[in-house]
Design a protein around this ligand. Structure first.
Ligand SMILES: Cc1cc2nc3c(=O)[nH]c(=O)nc-3n(C[C@H](O)[C@H](O)[C@H](O)COP(=O)(O)OP(=O)(O)OC[C@H]3O[C@@H](n4cnc5c(N)ncnc54)[C@H](O)[C@@H]3O)c2cc1C
Length: 453
């Protein structure tokens, strides 16, 4: 199969990239699962926007401070300056953000933001944005979406990418030749024992980067959420028990139902204390008590949490729930420049898979949807401006790629997972050696992988 541009991933970054590319190009989007199973659909809180010029410096500072000042300053500036254009595009695609009574956009605020600058749609902002992007993509006759189609490898010669090898929904193997390939493959949560991410997001682009010598950056910069609902089943995605529940008075208990920590500590310190307690108690979780919150408030402010716990067999108005820290977001990834180009020619990376340094060591809440869209747009623009066809004789390259080595699906997946895990462990070890680690709990959480992966 031949396409002009191959996009791997149908989350917000892949879809927005497709929408920003010229419509005379044949674009193929492949996605490992169905088209709505992406983390983009899970984003609850919202998406940041520079409200006005006055907010610029404080938005910049909040982002840098959250990132421990390790952020790439130019990436941060680009993201903030591009935010109004991107939000304008989203409104154009029909995204419905909350409004004030006078019709103006309504802004909310989250932890570590010094002002209200987050747009939202109820508590399902990601679904609202991504479903509208998907609807817009579906209207384009130049874009084909192949669901349940997994990238297994890229086809390269020298330091140049000419497409990919994929497994289709029916199990057949296929080579897709492309002038440009865009990795929009999301994060690495599927490798972790506990993660809020979809389980099929396993850092495949990172594994391929390691195998093909594509540069990576900060692969051990992993954000951990201190309190998610504990599930015994490894295959379950972790459900977030939001920080605001603790803000409203929920308490944390050890195995003897005694309080052991100040519940309002910053995320990393709270994670540290929870891990310590679990080790001391030889348990796999601690307990969270939502009963200090009045029942009426629980039902009106946190209906999704109440309902999820009910489905898992817990009545939060009567009993404590088991909670555990979980992997939540991946700040590191495939190194890219400010136009989202990787270190390999004809290969771009966008969204959570990519690392342009915008988040530094830690992401500021609600910056990731924005960053994904801004830098996916920049990749599209650069492709448009510099487009050249891959030399036609490269087709011969595809003739010699043997599909046999991709037949054993399980062996391939476990090789890729091992590759990524080892890279994360090694990066963490090096950081420990330099004494740059934030604390032992972070280290433990960063390497708390799934046994079956
Ligand atoms: C519970 C939760 C809440 C969040 N809340 C917020 C929030 O309020 N605000 C915010 O800004 N961010 C939030 N985030 C983060 C944000 O949702 C993600 O960072 C962002 O959506 C990533 O988009 P993406 O396009 O890079 O990847 P994704 O949306 O994860 O999409 C990845 C795509 O790649 C595909 N894929 C992966 N590997 C392959 C392969 N080998 N072959 C083919 N396809 C492949 C997947 O099938 C999927 O389609 C939240 C995340 C979670 C998990």
């Amino acid at each position: 199969m031949k396409t002009d541009i191959l996009i791997v991933g149908s989350g917000c970054s892949g879809l927005y990239c497709a929408l920003q590319l010229p419509q005379d190009k044949k674009i193929t989007i492949i996605t490992k699962s169905d088209v709505t199973s992406s983390d983009s659909y899970l984003a609850q809180g919202g998406i940041c926007m520079l409200k006005d010029e006055e907010d610029h410096d404080s938005y910049f500072e909040d982002t840098m401070k959250a990132g421990h000042y390790e952020n790439d300053r130019e990436s941060v500036e680009i993201m903030i300056r591009s935010s109004q254009k991107v939000i304008g595009d989203l409104l154009g695609y029909g995204v419905d953000f909350a409004r004030e009574e006078d019709g103006a956009l309504a802004f909310t605020r989250e932890g570590a933001h010094s002002d209200k600058r987050i747009l939202f749609h109820e508590d399902i902002t990601g679904e609202e944005i991504t479903s509208k992007l998907l609807a817009a993509v579906r209207k384009l006759s130049n874009v084909t979406i192949l669901e349940n189609t997994k990238m297994l490898d890229i086809v390269t010669e020298g330091n140049c990418c000419y497409g990919a090898v994929v497994r289709r929904a029916d199990g057949s193997l296929e080579k897709i030749q492309a002038d440009y390939t865009v990795w929009a493959c999301g994060g690495v949560g599927g490798l972790y024992r506990h993660s809020t991410n979809f389980r099929h997001l396993t850092g495949d682009a990172l594994a391929l980067s390691i195998m093909h010598g594509v540069r990576l950056k900060d692969v051990n910069y992993v954000q951990i959420h201190p309190t998610t609902f504990y599930s015994e089943r490894e295959e379950d995605r972790s459900f977030l028990i939001s920080e605001s529940v603790r803000g409203e008075g929920a308490k944390l208990y050890d195995k003897n139902m005694n309080r052991f920590v100040d519940e309002l500590l910053p995320r990393d310190r709270l994670t540290e204390e929870i891990y310590k307690q679990m080790e001391k108690d030889h348990t796999e979780h601690v307990w969270e008590d939502l009963r200090p919150i009045p029942e009426e408030e629980l039902r009106t402010h946190f209906p999704n949490i109440v309902e999820h716990c009910r489905q898992m067999g817990y009545d939060v108005t009567k009993e404590c729930i088991p909670v555990v820290p979980a992997q939540h977001y991946f700040m590191g990834g495939v190194w890219v420049d400010h136009e989202s180009h990787t270190s390999m020619e004809r290969l771009y990376a966008v969204g959570e898979t990519a690392c342009n340094g915008v988040h530094g060591k830690n992401r500021l809440a609600s910056n990731s949807l924005l960053e994904s869209l801004v830098f996916a747009g920049r990749a599209a623009k650069q492709m448009e401006e510099t487009y050249t066809e891959a030399e036609s004789e490269k087709a011969k390259l595809f003739d010699v790629v043997s599909l046999e080595e991709y037949e054993d699906q399980k062996a391939l997946a476990s090789r890729y997972h091992r590759c990524v895990r080892e890279a994360i462990i090694e990066a963490e070890r090096l950081m420990n050696e330099k004494g740059e680690n934030l604390g032992s709990s972070r280290g433990r959480a960063v390497v708390a992988f799934r046994r079956s992966c």
